[in-house]
Design a protein around this ligand. Structure first.
Ligand SMILES: *[C@@H]1O[C@H](CO)[C@@H](O)[C@H](O)[C@H]1NC(C)=O
Length: 231
């Protein structure tokens, strides 16, 4: 597949969804984000099931004013419950070149990668009664939309429609998904981070994480979500 693009103007955004649904997979996509003044735009790329108690795994890129950095937003919904946001700055300008953003989703782990560097690992903690997305098949979605009411400084900065249409490009979309997961799929079905990768992820989180629901005591006065106290 060659380059394709998503675009946004005042009347409509754009997006695509996969035809197939799948339970577990390794999804890779190279994206080049809206350049210049992209404040108010959100480029999203996510997996989601349907229905009220849905599961979802999100990558979202919140645009910014020219010269100000994008925010990479991640979230996970398990059986309808989200509120697991972690946000990062990137260590490169994501509008300059294509970079690869991947999601690995198997029985035990959800791992988010940026150019093969793991940035987040959400683990299956069903053993202590916490929900994990492993029973509902998902589709892949990608979209570019206008969210200037919340995306940029809580709505303080508005989208500059004189710069429209906004365009983000993607290429080399690759989905290695489970139809009959029998172990012959490049090993990802049993993949977990090894100690070198865990160390890399720790470094990224230390240097580039700008929000972590697991340290937001104000938001969870009753106590942080249970998974936060498990390494
Ligand atoms: C835009 O950049 C400013 C300045 O660095 C930062 O405080 C803000 O969080 C950024 N907004 C988004 C949506 O990333």
């Amino acid at each position: 597949m060659g380059n394709s693009s998503l675009s946004l103007d005042h009347t409509s955004g754009s997006g695509f969804e996969s035809k197939r649904v799948f339970l577990f997979g390794k999804i890779e996509m190279e994206l080049k984000l809206v350049p210049g003044n992209s404040a108010g735009t959100v480029t999203a790329y996510f997996l989601s099931s349907k229905g009220p108690l849905h599961d979802e795994i999100d990558f979202e890129f919140l645009g910014n004013l020219s010269g100000d950095p994008y925010t990479l937003h991640t979230n996970i919904f398990a059986h309808g419950k989200g509120d697991k946001e972690q946000q990062f700055k990137l260590w490169f300008d994501p509008t300059e070149d294509f970079h690869k953003y991947s999601i690995l989703w198997n029985q035990n782990n959800i791992i988010f990668y940026v150019d093969d560097t793991p940035i987040r690992n959400f683990k299956n903690n069903e053993a202590i009664g916490l929900p994990f997305p492993n029973s509902q098949a998902m589709k892949i979605y990608s979209s570019l939309w206008d969210a200037d009411d919340w995306a940029t400084r809580g709505g303080l900065v508005k989208t500059d429609w004189t710069k429209a249409p906004f365009t983000a490009s993607y290429r080399n979309f690759n989905a290695d998904i489970c139809c009959l997961c029998s172990g012959s799929n490049g090993g990802w079905i049993n993949q977990a981070l090894n100690s070198t990768e865990q160390e890399k992820m720790r470094m990224v989180q230390e240097n580039f994480m700008i929000y972590n629901y697991c340290t937001d005591f104000q938001r969870f006065p009753q106590g942080l979500p249970q998974e936060c106290s498990i390494a």
